[in-house]
Design a protein around this ligand. Structure first.
Ligand code: ADP
Length: 491
């Protein structure tokens, strides 16, 4: 028997990557290329869909070559930036417009109008989402209203819409498959959380023609097969999930209550809620975690706007630190925060406070305050923001039993310990931090039959982890929480 690998295509916002995983989950190879960001107007963010595909193909070919040919690849797994919309022509296969990226705010007015017309309640109940430009539905409508090529293709019946995984599968199959997995589809505003295909009424509300949309499929299984000419042989595509869902799977959050937090520029937290449709409050979102054999598993998702970007702000705008890594030594150099609290509401406050108008503060300054206090308080802000979300999840019936962390900030041991201390829960960090790609590899391994199910994939593919157990005494914890709550009240 030949030793086969899993090829993962990890299509991020700033780069496209192809990675080769062994059956035991260890990384055998990685090839990546930067993606050009287009900012045509304030608040607009676009990608060139053709560039995404071409760079994906170059990276994938490099990995197939490294593996020793297509027959050495058991399956492909795809994970991607979510909500980004691509429009292409089904006959020519050409993109009709630049892709509108998830960060793009151009449909803010359209969302406000839908909200004013009283649609948010119903949309939220069906999709788990909010009326916000972040999601795909209003982006699709914008293209139909503002782009002649998109409009003409819609009239001619040749328009195809899709999120990034859908666009990649279309190209990988030579135009044979127009599909989207349920985790990505659940970010469009057009899919009912418990409905297998698109919601007709939501398509009408957002003005998106159902015939332009992909077929919604499982996250694992024999989903499609690559066209033979592309990668030197036909390879089955067996796993697909949006990046945050994929990271949740890659962290092994497979049971209700299992929760992961990714601390990058911002922080994304997802808690597995099992097979019941979640109905969160507090501006948390309900989303599909994965779909297998037609059965859905769900998650509650919460986002913190400012995480690592606070550290960048301290370094680049205030000049308080020289590097992100330095925060750890600074935090350890003093016995406590000296009463300093940083509330990083630099672009408003996300869940659970949801105050876009709030602005950040540094409070408790005295002549004895040094830059170490500010750096330490900045790291402490991560634990506090996480704690506030934990409370909101608990009120939504999804109390955490522990927290698994990853992302660029999670390398900071001091911060990891502080999160454990404040939450009063064990915090677990995998040694292998590429959880997003690993999740797609696990799905593909299940989809091609290499692993029996996700639990078996988790057991054999997730490597060693480090656990940070809570140690803080409760009096100190209460004092920290009280000071933070005072500062939050001020902002
Ligand atoms: P993204 O995927 O959003 O681009 P990453 O996951 O790569 O972000 O994380 C990068 C962020 O982590 C940066 O904002 C950086 O300031 C922060 N960061 C990196 N190393 C550390 C560290 N040792 N301590 C604290 N923050 C860090």
């Amino acid at each position: 028997m030949i030793d086969q690998s899993i090829l993962v295509l990890d299509e991020g916002t700033t780069s496209t990557r192809a990675m080769l995983f062994a059956q035991d989950g260890h990384l055998r190879g990685l090839e990546q290329a930067e993606l050009t960001q287009h900012y045509p107007h304030s608040g607009w963010v676009e990608h060139d869909a053709q560039e995404i595909w071409e760079k994906t193909l170059v990276c994938a070919r490099a990995m197939v070559e490294q593996a020793g040919g297509a027959e050495r690849i058991a399956a492909i797994g795809i994970t991607n930036q979510r909500e980004t919309v691509v429009a292409w022509d089904k006959e020519s296969g050409e993109p009709l417009a630049r892709a509108i990226v998830w960060q793009d705010r151009r449909t803010a007015d359209a969302c406000a109008q839908l909200k004013e017309a009283g649609h948010e309640r119903e949309v939220r109940a069906r999709t788990g989402l909010l009326l916000d430009p972040y999601f795909s539905g209003t982006k699709m409508r914008w293209l139909l209203d503002h782009n002649d090529a998109v409009k003409a293709a819609a009239d001619a019946g040749t328009l195809a819409f899709g999120t990034v995984e859908s666009w990649l599968v279309w190209n990988l199959t030579g135009g044979k498959a127009h599909i989207s997995d349920a985790s990505n589809a659940s970010r469009t505003l057009l899919l009912g959380l418990d409905a297998s295909q698109w919601d007709q009424e939501l398509c009408e509300l957002f003005g998106v023609p159902g015939e332009a949309l992909p077929r919604v499929v499982d996250c694992a299984g024999h989903l499609a097969t690559t066209a033979t000419g592309l990668l030197g042989g036909a390879i089955p595509i067996c796993g697909m999930a949006g990046d945050q869902q994929s990271a949740t799977i890659g962290q092994g959050c497979l049971a209700p209550g299992d929760t992961k937090a990714t601390y990058g520029t911002g922080a994304f937290i997802l808690a597995n809620t099992g097979t019941h449709v979640p109905l969160p409050h507090h501006h948390l979102l309900g989303t599909v975690l994965f779909q297998l054999g037609g059965e859905r598993h769900y998650a509650i998702e919460g986002a913190v706007f400012v995480a690592g970007s606070l550290i960048q702000y301290l370094r680049d705008s205030l000049g308080v630190i020289e590097s992100a890594e330095e925060t750890e030594a600074l935090a350890r150099s003093i016995p406590d925060n000296g009463g300093v609290v940083v509330v990083p509401a630099l672009s408003g406050l996300g869940a659970p406070h949801w105050r876009p108008d709030a602005r950040g503060i540094i409070s408790g300054l005295g002549f004895d305050t040094g830059r170490a206090h500010v750096a330490r308080a900045a790291l402490e802000a991560m634990a506090h923001q996480t704690y506030d979300l934990a409370q909101a999840y608990a009120e939504d019936g999804a109390a955490w039993t522990g927290l698994r962390i990853d992302g660029g900030m999670a390398v900071n041991d001091w911060m990891a310990q502080d999160i454990a201390d404040l939450l009063g829960l064990p915090v677990t960090r995998p040694d292998f931090v590429e959880t997003t790609a690993l999740g797609a590899a696990m799905l593909a391994a299940v989809g091609c039959g290499m692993k029996h199910d996700l639990a078996a994939a988790a057991e054999t593919m997730i490597g060693a982890t480090r656990v940070f157990d809570p140690q803080m005494d409760d009096a100190l914890r209460q004092q920290r929480l009280a000071r933070w709550n005072d500062a939050i009240a001020k902002v």
